[in-house]
Ligand binder design. Structure first.
Ligand code: PRP
Ligand code: URA
Length: 209
């Protein structure tokens, strides 16, 4: 089963509180989500393999470490996942970005795909799927399913807030995928919203409500 990583770093927790607050408007919400994505990025990239190269400092020759192995890809689930892309790109500017567009049907809560554009070599990359909200898990599960159809084998999921139901769904549908979150909340309400959560992530990011 995929491992669940809950990031309890004080900076992440402090910023998460501000993000949750209903008085936080879109500008601040975007800035905070961007900062948290960078902070979470440290943990998500912790197991990247390293290799040694020879370099010359102004003082002597030495061996020093660089990142080896598969190249990275970041895959935001539109719309709200976009709010976590730049924060990760600050850490890994050479990563390629693929987009998967999904919205959740408000009646059935099932994900509906409307867009998919991925790097040509996506199947060779280590991927980080990003979406602030893991509620029923339907959207993230579908996004990961698309990536697997393209031959992707190395996938992590990074979300800001998860409901227990969403974690269970990913662990069942995609047991090979590790999940990184900054909080596991109490439950889903009757409309499939995370409680206490932060409301509708896309609307709060872009001020559409
Ligand atoms: C939100 C969120 C996730 C999804 C989570 O997107 O960003 O993608 O809901 O819910 P789930 O785990 O139950 O699938 P939404 O469908 O509201 O689309 P939007 O980002 O375009 O607003
Ligand atoms: N999507 C959101 O944006 N928020 C939730 O709480 C659940 C799904």
């Amino acid at each position: 089963m995929g491992k669940l990583h809950v990031m309890d770093h004080p900076l992440i927790q402090h910023k998460l509180t501000l993000i949750r607050d209903k008085e936080t408007g879109p500008k601040e919400f975007r800035e905070l989500l961007d900062e948290v994505a960078t902070l979470m990025g440290y943990e998500v990239t912790r197991d990247l393999p390293l290799t040694e190269v020879d370099i010359e400092t102004p003082v002597s020759r030495t061996k020093s470490k660089v990142i080896a192995g598969k190249k990275l890809g970041i895959v935001p689930v539109l719309r709200a996942g976009l709010g976590m892309v730049d924060g990760l790109l600050k850490l890994v500017p050479a990563a390629r970005v693929g987009h998967v567009g999904l919205y959740r049907d408000p009646e059935t809560l099932n994900p509906v795909e409307y867009y998919c554009k991925l790097p040509a070599d996506v199947f060779e990359r280590q991927l980080i799927v990003v979406d602030p909200m893991l509620a029923t898990g339907g959207s993230a599960s579908a996004a990961i399913g698309f990536l697997k159809e393209y031959g992707c084998t190395s996938i992590k999921l990074m979300c800001l807030i998860a409901a227990p139901e969403g974690i269970e769904r990913i662990q069942k549908d995609h047991p090979d995928v590790d999940i990184y979150v900054s909080a596991v909340d109490e439950k889903l309400n009757d409309h499939g919203y995370i409680v206490p959560g932060l409301g509708d992530a896309g609307d709060r990011l872009y001020g559409t409500k």
